[in-house]
Design a protein. Structure first.
Length: 371
C-alpha cells in the first residue's frame, strides 16, 4: 500500500552571483539553510478562526474554508517529536509559544494540503500569518510519527536523503509518476520531481555516504527503484532519526561545552565580550561559529558587522526571560559585501552576537566588531 509522503514545495534557486569558486559555492549550498547554533526555535500551533485556506470544491465552482487547527492529540505528538530531536543533545532548542509573532516555526494541520515544512532558515521568509509547516492528515496514529520527525528534520535544515547523489538510485520514472499521481498522494509530475526524482547537488546532501535508514528517507513500495537491485523491493526506513542523522545534526548544532574564547563558544558558557569599537578576530574554519556577548554601555543605535574576505551569517539575539530572542541577522554569502546589521541596543540588557563562517578567500583573516 502506498504511504502518504512529504510534499515539499519547490525550493527557490539560490541567488548566488556568477564567478564563485567550486569550493565557495559548495560551502554556501551546504550551509545556507542551517540556523546558527544556540538558536531557540519557538514554535506555535495556528488555531485562530482566521487561520484557514479557501479552496475550490471540485465540480461545483464553490469555495470553502478549511481551517488549519489541529486536535490536542496531534499537537501532543508534535511536542513529543520536538522532544525526541532535542534529546539527541543538539545545541538548538525548541520552545512552544502562543504568539505567532514570537514563533519562527508556525504549524498548521490543514487536511488534504499534504505534509511539508520550510527547510531551515527558509522559514524566516514566510509571512508571520503563514505556516512554515503543515501536517495534512491525522498524525496521532503511531505509524504517522515518522512524518512528524521528518518535518522537524526539514525545519532543522535537513533535506531528502533519498535524493542524495550518493544513493545511486535509478528510478523507473514513469512508474513513480503513476504511483504518486494516484491515491493517497495525488501528486503532479512537478511535485514528484521536486520530492523524489530530482537529484540533489552533492554539496546539498547531508553526508557523502547515503543513509537508507535516515528519517529523511521516504518509504517507497516495490517496483519503483530499478537499481541497485537490493532496493527493487522498496525503501523501508525506520522512521526515527538514525545514527547518521544524529551525527549530522550534532556536527551543525553541537551541544554546549567548553570552547576557546571567540571560537565556537557553546550556549551557557562564559562567552567573549564584544566591546564597542574593538574588533575581535574570528579565526574560524568552514562551518565553525563564534559567539560573543554584548552589554551596551549606553542606549543607542549600533552597527554590528564582520570584516574580511569571507562568507558569513551574523545574528544578533536579545536575552529575554533567560533565552535568546532573534533581533536581527544578515547573510552575506556569495556577495562581495560583509554581513552587518543596524540595531537598537539598550543599556542594562544583554545581547548575543553569533557568527557562522561558510568559507574564506583572499587573506582569510576575519573579524567582528560592534560600533
Amino acid at each position: 500500500m502506498t504511504r502518504r509522503l512529504c510534499s515539499l514545495p519547490r525550493q527557490p534557486v539560490p541567488p548566488f552571483g556568477p564567478g564563485l569558486t567550486a569550493e565557495r559555492l559548495g560551502a554556501l549550498l551546504s550551509g545556507r539553510r542551517m540556523w546558527v547554533n544556540g538558536t531557540v526555535l519557538h514554535y506555535c500551533f495556528l488555531d485562530a478562526a482566521s487561520d484557514a485556506s479557501v479552496i475550490p470544491v471540485p465540480g461545483t465552482g464553490e469555495l470553502r474554508r478549511v481551517p488549519w487547527a489541529g486536535g490536542e492529540g496531534a499537537r501532543e505528538v508534535v511536542r513529543a517529536c520536538f522532544r525526541e530531536w532535542q534529546d539527541l543533545g543538539i545545541g538548538v532548542t525548541f520552545a512552544e509559544v502562543g504568539d505567532r509573532h514570537e514563533a519562527e516555526l508556525r504549524i498548521g494541520f490543514q487536511p488534504g494540503a499534504g505534509s511539508w515544512s520550510a527547510v531551515g532558515r527558509d522559514a524566516l521568509s514566510a509571512g508571520r500569518g503563514e505556516r512554515t509547516m503543515n501536517l495534512g492528515w491525522d498524525v496521532s496514529a503511531p505509524a504517522e510519527r515518522g512524518i512528524v520527525l521528518h518535518q522537524i528534520g526539514h525545519a532543522l535544515g535537513m533535506v531528502h536523503e533519498h535524493q542524495s547523489p550518493f544513493a545511486g538510485l535509478h528510478w523507473d520514472d514513469e512508474a513513480v509518476y503513476a504511483e504518486l499521481g494516484g491515491p493517497p498522494n495525488y501528486w503532479s509530475r512537478e511535485t514528484t520531481d521536486t520530492n523524489v526524482l530530482r537529484q540533489l547537488d552533492a554539496c546539498e546532501a547531508g553526508c557523502s555516504v547515503w543513509d537508507p535508514q535516515s528519517v529523511m528517507t521516504l518509504p517507497f513500495g516495490p517496483g519503483l527503484v530499478l537499481e541497485p537491485e537490493q532496493y527493487r523491493g522498496g525503501l523501508r526506513p525506520s522512521g526515527t532519526p538514525s545514527p547518521a542523522d544524529k551525527e549530522f545534526v550534532l556536527r551543525w548544532y553541537p551541544p554546549a561545552g567548553p570552547s576557546p574564547v571567540g571560537a565556537g563558544l557553546g550556549r551557557g558558557q562564559a562567552q567573549a565580550a564584544l566591546v564597542p569599537f574593538r574588533s575581535a578576530p574570528l579565526g574560524l574554519g568552514p562551518g565553525e561559529q563564534a559567539d560573543f556577548t554584548v552589554e551596551p554601555p549606553e542606549t543607542r543605535e549600533y552597527t554590528v558587522g564582520t570584516f574580511g574576505d569571507a562568507d558569513t551569517v551574523l545574528v544578533v539575539f536579545e536575552e529575554r526571560d533567560g533565552e535568546p530572542r532573534f533581533l536581527a541577522g544578515h547573510d552575506d554569502g556569495g556577495t562581495p559585501h560583509n554581513a552587518a546589521v543596524r540595531v537598537r541596543l539598550i543599556k542594562g540588557r544583554r545581547y548575543a552576537v553569533r557568527v557562522r563562517l561558510y568559507s574564506t578567500w583572499g587573506s582569510g583573516e576575519t573579524a567582528v566588531m560592534c560600533w
